[in-house]
Write a protein of this length. Sequence first.
Length: 320
Amino acid sequence: MPKHSRIVGTGGYLPAQILTNADLAQRLDTTDEWIRARTGIRQRHVAAAGEQTSDLALHAARKALDVAGMAAADVDLVIVATTTPDMVFPSTACILQAKLGAHGGPAFDVQAVCSGFVYALSIADRMVASGAVRNALLVGAEIYSRILDWSDRGTCVLFGDGAGAVVLAPSSTPGILSCHLHADGAYREMLCVPGFVANGAVSGRPLLRMDGQAVFKFAVRVLAEVAHEALTANGMTADAIDWLVPHQANERIIEATARKLSVPMSKVISTVARHANTSAASIPLALDVAARDGRITAHQRVMLLGVGGGFTWGSVLLHW
Ligand code: UT7
């Protein structure tokens, strides 16, 4: 009787259109040098006009199912972690389920901003390990290009669109070793999109707003804290980790976190240069790249670290 869950497939998708730092420098008072030096970002991908978050999710999901050797009919649970759903409701997970051609299993979205994927993974782990569902499809998918103020150089250069997916299956040996989740709404205004729907209209200002320096300091602190929490819970030290896969927001945040944990950058997966911050999609996108290029191999220990608006943060420690 399986009592654990394990990742058995990963997939990623980035929309075709690429927006480079040089492209942004033509419309904003910014430079490629500034963006690269402060963030490590070189380019981001932007969804086409008709493309929805569920479309990005569908591409990533199909690739992950392919690796898992599964068809849509094998998927019981669908969770989409997103801050940019197709519509107010139904959930993007229900729309994705229909586009995949799966039926009848539970499907819902998780809204924990850039921590959404680690939140989704920890929920799915419990549901798969307990036998409540068999196989789970988890997707982080975002179209941030539609919630950015493209005249604000302090925020719009940082984000991009994309989707990453994993398939989780029952296992008799532990794949997911531990999950630790946190939130503190006292920090809700540090990074937010303060818009709302009322009386058939969008009110407020539904564009991303952020105190960049405060976010930077908060992120490095809690990422290191939640990593230590996971290591302590598993009776491990940082040198037991083969790969660190942190939220891909900014190369400097990633480096500062690795330094605080005394993990060398050679053990850190960083893909932020090629797609910028894709919020809930960033961790599964990075995981997929490292799984496909052969860096992450069987039996290695991988630590995922998420942090985002809310504020929310969390870790998942797993055996590949
Ligand atoms: O999922 C979490 C999402 N959030 C983040 O990852 C953001 C975390 N924060 C950061 O990564 C950094 O705070 C930023 C990259 C956003 C900014 O870097 P910084 O070193 O904290 O710069 P700063 O905000 O102190 O701004 C320094 C200067 C300012 O000019 P003055 O006042 O010194 O004249 C800004 O106006 O840089 C200016 N600036 C820019 N210049 C060129 C801000 N954005 C840009 C830009 N291009 N895109």
